[in-house]
Ligand binder design. Structure first.
Ligand SMILES: [Zn+2]
Length: 144
C-alpha cells in the first residue's frame, strides 16, 4: 500500500523514492539511503521512524487514511499540472517531442498532450486515472 502512496506523491510532484523499487529490505539500508539523499522517511514502522533523522509515522492502513494523515501534516496534495514526475520510477517527465512515435498503450490522437519519463521512457497523459486522482485528492484536502 505504501507503493501506491509513492505513486500519488510522485503525481503531486514530490521526489519520492520507494524502498520496494530499490530492492531495499532492511531498516539500516532505508536509513542509509534517506541520509545520503536527504529524504524524509514515510513509514508505518515505529522503530524505523524513531531511528530516522526526519520521518513521518503513518497509522492508516488504507490509501485514503494515509493520504489524509499526510495532508494533516501540511503536505499539499494536488496533482502537479503539468505532471513532473514518473509515477513508476520517480524520474523527471518532459513534454514528448514526437507525438507520432507513441507506444500502443498511449492515446493515438496526437492532440492529446503526453509526457515522457527521462529515465524509464514511459509515456503519461491525463486520462481517466488522472481525473480519479484529482477527485480523490480534492476530497481529502477538504476533510484535512
Ligand atoms: Zn519513469
Amino acid at each position: 500500500m505504501l507503493g501506491k502512496l509513492a505513486v500519488y506523491l510522485r503525481m503531486c510532484g514530490y521526489d519520492t523514492a520507494y524502498a520496494g523499487d530499490r530492492g531495499v529490505e532492511t531498516n539500516d539500508a532505508v536509513l542509509a539511503i534517506a541520509d545520503n539523499e536527504g529524504r524524509t522517511i514515510v513509514t508505518r514502522d515505529q522503530t524505523l521512524a524513531n531511528r530516522a533523522n526526519e520521518s513521518l509515522l503513518l497509522e492508516g492502513l488504507d490509501l485514503e487514511d494515509m493520504l489524509a494523515e499526510l495532508a494533516n501534516t501540511g503536505i499539499h496534495l494536488a496533482p502537479a499540472d503539468p505532471p513532473t514526475r514518473c509515477g513508476r520510477c520517480n524520474g523527471p517527465l518532459s513534454p514528448e517531442s514526437h507525438p507520432i512515435d507513441r507506444p500502443d498503450y498511449a492515446p493515438s490522437d496526437p492532440r492529446t498532450p503526453c509526457w515522457v519519463c527521462d529515465r524509464c521512457h514511459r509515456v503519461f497523459w491525463k486520462g481517466s486515472h488522472w481525473d480519479d486522482v484529482v477527485t480523490r485528492l480534492a476530497s481529502i484536502e477538504e476533510v484535512a
